[in-house]
Design a protein around this ligand. Sequence first.
Ligand code: FE2
Length: 307
Amino acid sequence: MSPSTATTPSATPPPALGAEPVPVRVPRAVERLVKGQPTSDGAGVRLTRVLSGNLQRRLDPFLMLDAFGSDEAADYLGGFPDHPHRGFETVTYMLEGRMRHKDSAGHEGLLTPGSVQWMTAGRGVIHSEMPEQEQGRMEGFQLWLNLPAKAKMSDPWYRDIRPEDIPAWQGAGVTARVIAGRTHGVAGAVEREATEPLYLDLHFAPGAAFEQPLPAAHNAFVYVYRGVLAIGETEVPAGRMAVLANSAGSDGVRLVCAGAGDGEGARALLLAGRPLNEPIAQYGPFVMNTHEEIFQAVEDFRAGRLA
Ligand code: FE2
């Protein structure tokens, strides 16, 4: 993978238990709530596109977030047969189910519940992502994280991160699984220099609160997938993405599990990153900076030069 932007996977220290929270004095408000669009991709996999084209500039460096979740095999059995990527990274986070990955760079891995696959397409890979089950629940997320122009043609890279290798922070009524970035002194499984992505999976007990410092210039959003969270004055129910305002002077976000009454907790993804502020040119699975580079990607794919 990448090469110039990748941090060598390092041995991660054990989870820090009960570390002191960092106070957030001026929390961000919710700028808007977004309801994902039901769609299908691959060979007929039904999913919800939470973040897509019209928010790529606003949420730079994030290009896409898909949520998938179904107990019906027909919704996922088709999987994602061989397809190309160039110019960015895909991060797949499984909650339930098993998916096998194979790519043209010779990587193969099995995604299991709670695991993450981080793949840098760089100059190009052709890969498949196929379910390794014929029944039962399949649930998870795929995030697309952009690469800076200088790293778009870097070598492909790939890492399977087992559930036990994802560091966790435990606070009062809150557990944060730290997929990328840092929270409360816990370094995540992956760090990236150019975009400094933060990717947390947060589990809340009823009434619990969580604070995360965030640089004001970093774009950030929350996707609630169980229960209800309160962010300032805004209640964010399951299935909604809250785009967080980049207010000058703000220093973080405060999330409170609002599921009062039913005794249920909440679960949500918190994502943030430093914008690249570079042109975005996308054609399907290719994300470059210019149309010429997109034409080149299509040409390279057709000519068998992508893999
Ligand atoms: Fe893919």
